[in-house]
Design a protein around this ligand. Structure first.
Ligand SMILES: [Zn+2]
Length: 143
């Protein structure tokens, strides 16, 4: 299997300090504990807004699965409800080997953060973080 994307694990990415990544990690894993799931994939997400504030969300699943709210959208919508934006970075927390936001979540990432927004994934609290820019995950996204 070929890795199509070169994930990075550097400590300073796009002006995001390691301390900020830790804040995002803590918030995302804490929110994940509150996930309302029908299946067995709990996901947490935390957004770093341009103001410096952090907004968290978890997945909220419904028995009518089309109503499911993904953690990334939950966190981004919470930022909007607080009157903030744009989003600078989002960290997604889930106990999976690999995870990138789905197409719908990436639509919101492009809408509220733009193509350069950082998208990170952690497979465990404080685990090895993988980070991409939104444009790396959807290189042909309409501009
Ligand atoms: Zn999604």
């Amino acid at each position: 299997m070929t890795m199509l994307l070169a994930a990075t694990t550097s400590t300073e990415q796009g002006g995001i300090s390691e301390e900020t990544w830790r804040r995002l990690s803590d918030a995302a894993w804490a929110a994940r504990n509150h996930a309302h799931v029908i299946g067995n994939t709990r996901v947490g997400a935390a957004v770093f807004a341009a103001s410096g504030n952090v907004y968290a969300g978890c997945n909220v699943e419904h028995r009518f699965r089309s109503h499911d709210v993904h953690a990334e959208i939950n966190a981004l919508a919470t930022m909007v409800a607080a009157g903030e934006g744009p989003a600078v970075a989002i960290l997604v927390a889930s106990e999976r080997e690999r995870f990138t936001p789905c197409g719908a979540c990436l639509d919101w990432i492009f809408e509220l953060g733009g193509q350069a927004m950082l998208v990170a994934f952690e497979p465990a609290p404080g685990g090895e973080r993988q980070t991409w820019r939104a444009e790396e995950l959807m290189p042909f996204y309409p501009r």
